[in-house]
Each structure stands twice: as structure tokens, then as C-alpha cells.
Design a protein around this ligand. Structure first.
Ligand SMILES: *[C@@H]1O[C@H](CO)[C@@H](O)[C@H](O)[C@H]1NC(C)=O
Ligand SMILES: *[C@@H]1O[C@H](CO)[C@@H](O)[C@H](O)[C@H]1NC(C)=O
Ligand SMILES: *[C@@H]1O[C@H](CO)[C@@H](O)[C@H](O)[C@H]1NC(C)=O
Ligand SMILES: *[C@@H]1O[C@H](CO)[C@@H](O)[C@H](O)[C@H]1NC(C)=O
Ligand SMILES: *[C@@H]1O[C@H](CO)[C@@H](O)[C@H](O)[C@H]1NC(C)=O
Length: 488
């Protein structure tokens, strides 16, 4: 407000008796919003309205806020607000004309308010048309012109009690500072302005977990940044006056959530070779994780790679270009439990990243790749031209019999023989897994394994593969003809 000191004093004196306006709290930061009683005395919907408003006006580098619509035309359900109840400061008199406007009437704004304000994706955020935004405009000229400046913004609400008519409730009116509007704008849902969810989380000191972020994304989809803002305000109501202020946000995006994404094929074998044989002796391996899921291990990823932001990506096999799982990594050694059921062929690769759709980080150029996950070798049955192999299929243990094509009488030879599964190699032969065994003669021809010298038969058990698991080929008198190596 650029009025002379004298004028200000004069008006202050004039209205002092009429206007107890000092009760209105100012909210400067997102943390300040956490102290507002949303969901009880203040509708949660007003957060959506505020988010929309913050992203609808312009704020320039000098913190000058400008209108992008004409409130006199009723755009977004806006209209002039007379402040007759004196909830807000009386308008300054002088050469410059000020006016209050209110916006957010859902009935009147139906045509131009965005869908998420009118019909939020979650019931708890539905508006009951009580909450409003009031803003004060400083009119440069007579009549409206684009770029009128806004000098004050409030959130408020109509009294719930209809006896109060359409009055606004001064006890639940808050002044919103330009700084807070700026912070809220970081959570824009506009495609070209959207920030990465993880970046927002880190910059605003939220503790939301990666899996929560994934849930947020599932529910709020393209509104996920708004979802994160709401989560922080409503779910993280800590008093965090000692938290560091958000850093300057003009740093490049440095993180995002791990959404398996179609990999753009920037692969070049040369790059891969350089990755493997030159300065980076990076080690990548797929092993057996909990519940039959694949686990990715990495070792010796150099610092400079980590600083550029890299991700481990799981593929079906060496020839696949379709990512099954991916995760941005931050340490040079580590592991991650993936959600992918273990199967032979699975391969981990290290990729550079780039940000796509603003808040999804996807794999870019490949840096290097590990070996395909393999079943252990088959073992020979004592004295016979026959082999036993332990294998994994979709996280479950299976056994395969390789029978030499010349061994035609094997069925009668092993009529009462069976294959048992054991939790580990130390179990006695009687301690086989109950139900997890099968007669050798009941094994089914294996369709996928081709072997020119052997007929291949297999049995799929229901036993989840874990490190230590072993299969044994057993005669009716409990003599063991073969033991596979323990599963690694
Ligand atoms: C994050 O966790 C720390 C430690 O538990 C806590 O002090 C801090 O307030 C939390 N921040 C938020 C935003 O919840
Ligand atoms: C894996 O695929 C790459 C690229 O297609 C190829 O150069 C390499 O020889 C393959 N490795 C194996 C073990 O098949
Ligand atoms: C992976 O799973 C194992 C076994 O449940 C657990 O000990 C380990 O902490 C998990 N690792 C991560 C990074 O969650
Ligand atoms: C073993 O062979 C006998 C006849 O030779 C047959 O009746 C029996 O069903 C066979 N058992 C199995 C488990 O294949
Ligand atoms: C079990 O039977 C096989 C062949 O029938 C025989 O060679 C072996 O000695 C027997 N083992 C025991 C412990 O009886």
C-alpha cells in the first residue's frame, strides 16, 4: 500500500472504533496451515479453493500478485464484496481505488471452476459451498484491465448457522500471505509446472514414505502434487518451527517416485561395455528376496553416478526392453526388495534418469547390466542317466527331471520313487515339506525346456522359494539318489 504516512494514520484513527480487525491471523507458510483446524471448524474444501486460487493468479518476481480474470463479470463465481460486517480492514480512501471481491461459490462458479474444486476425488474434500476466498484489488485505472494487482488474500467461510445469514465468520477468516501462495504454487497440477513429488517432499520437509507416495499417486493421479500438499497439511500436523525453510526451488529436479515406465530405448551396447569394463566396476545382481520376489543388489556405484541420479531397473531377461520394476538409488551399495516374482532370466540394469510428466522419473540411457538370474545346475542321479534340477517359477519352487532318451524303462525303475522339497539341506529325509513332494512318474512333460538328449519332466510345487531350499530324489526305502544344491 503506497499511501503517505499521514493518510494511513488519519484513516486508522477514523476507523479504529468501528473495526476490530486485528483478530485475523496471518498464515505465512504451509506449516502455518497445519495449525488451522481443517476438517472441523474449517472445511477441508477451502484448501482446494486456495490451491486453485494460488495457481490461477499471477505472482511476479517482485511478489506482485495480479488477477487473470475479471471478478466483475462473475468469473469463477466471483463478485464484489462490500465488507459490511467489517470483518476485514476498511478500504483505504485516496486516489487509488480498492475493492474486495469474493470467489468460490460453487453454484455460480460451476462453469469455470476446475473439476477438482467442484468434484474432488475424495469425499472428505467435497465442498458444501461455505468456504470462500476474499481478495482485495487495487484498481490502477477506471474499469477493469488485465493485470489488476491483488494486495490481500483471505480464506473465510459463511457461518454454518443460518441465523447468521450469509455473513462470514471472522473467527475462521485467515489472511494468506504472498509467501504462502508462492509455496502452494509449487504444488501446481498444471502439466508443465508440476514438480516431482519426491522433490516437493524433500524441499518441504515431509516424512511421507515412498509407498504412501505411490498410494497418493494411485488416488490423486495427475493431482498427486495437490494430494501431497493436503497430506502434509492434514496428516503432518507437527509443530516444526525448527524445520529448515524450503530451499531455493530453482534447483533441478533430483528425485521422483518409482513408477515402472516404458523405457525409451536409448540403449547402446558400447555404453554398456564402457559401463562394465571402464571406470565403473559396478556390480548388479538379482537374488531371491522375501515371498518369492526378486531382490536387486548393487555394489560400487560411483558417487558421480549417484549425483547424476541413477536407477536400478529390473527386466524379464537380457533381450527385454520392458521394465518390470525400477527404483532411484542413492547409495553406492544396497539392495531393494522388488514386487516382481522371481523367475529365471530376470536381469538388473543401471540407468541414467530423466523426468517425464514432471513428477515421474523414468529410466534413460543404460549404464550397465548384470547377469540374468539363473536356476542352479542340474545334478545327476547316482548310477543313472538321469538328472534332477531345482528351479523357480513365479516365486515357487519346482523340480525338473532330465531323463536320457535311451533310459526307456525309467518309469518302472522309479515306480515308487519321489521328489521331495526341503527347507534346507540339514533336514533329514523324513522332514520333507508336507504336500510338497511328487512321484517321479507323475511329473509332467516340460513344454518350455528343450533338450536334445533328454526327455524333460517337471513338477511345480506350491512352496515359496527361499534361500536354502533343496530338492531330493528319493527311493521308496528313503535312500536318496540326488540332492540339488541349496537355493541361493
Ligand atoms: C519428520 O520426522 C521427524 C522425526 O520423527 C519429526 O521431528 C518431524 O517433525 C517430521 N516432519 C513432518 C513434516 O512430519
Ligand atoms: C545381452 O544383450 C546385449 C544387447 O542386446 C548383447 O550385446 C549381449 O551379448 C547379451 N548378453 C548375453 C549374455 O546374451
Ligand atoms: C528386504 O527384505 C528383507 C527380508 O524381509 C529385509 O530383511 C530387508 O530389510 C528388506 N530390505 C529393504 C531395503 O526393505
Ligand atoms: C507302480 O507300478 C504299479 C504296477 O507296476 C502300479 O500299479 C502303480 O500305480 C505304480 N505306482 C506309481 C506311483 O506310479
Ligand atoms: C534302498 O533300495 C535300493 C534299491 O532298491 C538299494 O540299493 C539300497 O541299498 C536300499 N537302501 C537301504 C537303506 O535299504
Amino acid at each position: 500500500m503506497k499511501l503517505s504516512g499521514g493518510l494511513v494514520l488519519c484513516f486508522a484513527a477514523l476507523f479504529l472504533s468501528l473495526t476490530p480487525v486485528h483478530g485475523i491471523k496471518r498464515l505465512h507458510t504451509i506449516n502455518d496451515l497445519k495449525n488451522v483446524d481443517f476438517g472441523r471448524s474449517v472445511p477441508k474444501h477451502s484448501l482446494l479453493l486456495l490451491h486453485w486460487f494460488a495457481n490461477t493468479i499471477d505472482i511476479d518476481n517482485n511478489d506482485v500478485m495480479r488477477l487473470t480474470f475479471d471478478p466483475n463479470l462473475g468469473t469463477y463465481g466471483s463478485h464484489h464484496y462490500g465488507n459490511y460486517e467489517r470483518i476485514l480492514d476498511p478500504l483505504p480512501h485516496g486516489n487509488i481505488r480498492y475493492r474486495y471481491y469474493t470467489v468460490g461459490n460453487l453454484n455460480r462458479g460451476q462453469v469455470d471452476l476446475p473439476v477438482y474444486v467442484l468434484h474432488p476425488p475424495r469425499e472428505e474434500f467435497r465442498g458444501r459451498n461455505r468456504d470462500r476466498i476474499i481478495f482485495r484489488v487495487r484498481e490502477q485505472t477506471t474499469g477493469w484491465s488485465a493485470g489488476e494487482t491483488i494486495d490481500e488474500v483471505y480464506i473465510t467461510q459463511h457461518f454454518e448457522n443460518s441465523n447468521e445469514g450469509t455473513r462470514y465468520d471472522p473467527a475462521h477468516t485467515y489472511r494468506i500471505t504472498t509467501n504462502l501462495l508462492r509455496q502452494i504454487r509449487e504444488f501446481s497440477v498444471e502439466e508443465n509446472q508440476r514438480n516431482s513429488l519426491m522433490e516437493l517432499r524433500d524441499d518441504f520437509g515431509s516424512n511421507i514414505s515412498d509407498s504412501h507416495l505411490q498410494n497418493l499417486l494411485a488416488v490423486w493421479r495427475e493431482l498427486a502434487c495437490l494430494g501431497l500438499l493436503l497430506f502434509m497439511i492434514l496428516e503432518e500436523k507437527y509443530n516444526q518451527n525448527n524445520k529448515p525453510r524450503p530451499a531455493d526451488r530453482r534447483t533441478p529436479p533430483h528425485c521422483a517416485i518409482n513408477v515402472p515406465e516404458e523405457i525409451q530405448n536409448h540403449y547402446s551396447p558400447l555404453q554398456s561395455l564402457r559401463g562394465v569394463f571402464a571406470q565403473d566396476q559396478i556390480h548388479l545382481e538379482v537374488t531371491t528376496g522375501p515371498n518369492g520376489k526378486a531382490l536387486i543388489h548393487w555394489r560400487d556405484v560411483p558417487e558421480d553416478r549417484l549425483n547424476q541420479q541413477v536407477m536400478v531397473v529390473l527386466y524379464k531377461d537380457n533381450s527385454s526392453q520392458e521394465a518390470l520394476y525400477s527404483k532411484v538409488i542413492k547409495t553406492s551399495d544396497g539392495h531393494v526388495n522388488t514386487s516382481v516374482l522371481l523367475n529365471p532370466g530376470l536381469q538388473a540394469r543401471l540407468h541414467k534418469t530423466r523426468v517425464k510428466y514432471c513428477f515421474w522419473t523414468v529410466a534413460a540411457e543404460e549404464i550397465c547390466r548384470g547377469r540374468e538370474f539363473e536356476n542352479p545346475d542340474k545334478v545327476r542321479l547316482q548310477d543313472y542317466d538321469m538328472y534332477l534340477q531345482l528351479f523357480v517359477k513365479d516365486g515357487k519352487a519346482g523340480a525338473r527331471l532330465f531323463v536320457d532318451k535311451t533310459f526307456t524303462y525309467w518309469r518302472s525303475q522309479f515306480n515308487k520313487s519321489w521328489v521331495g522339497f526341503y527347507e534346507n539341506e540339514h533336514k533329514t529325509t523324513q522332514e520333507y515339506e508336507w504336500w510338497q513332494w511328487q512321484w517321479a512318474t507323475k511329473f509332467q512333460p516340460a513344454s518350455t525346456t528343450v533338450d536334445h538328449f533328454h526327455d524333460v519332466y517337471e513338477y511345480h510345487s506350491g512352496m515359496t522359494i527361499t534361500p536354502g531350499v533343496q530338492a531330493r530324489f528319493i527311493l521308496r526305502n528313503y535312500s536318496v539318489l540326488a540332492r540339488t544344491p541349496s537355493w541361493r
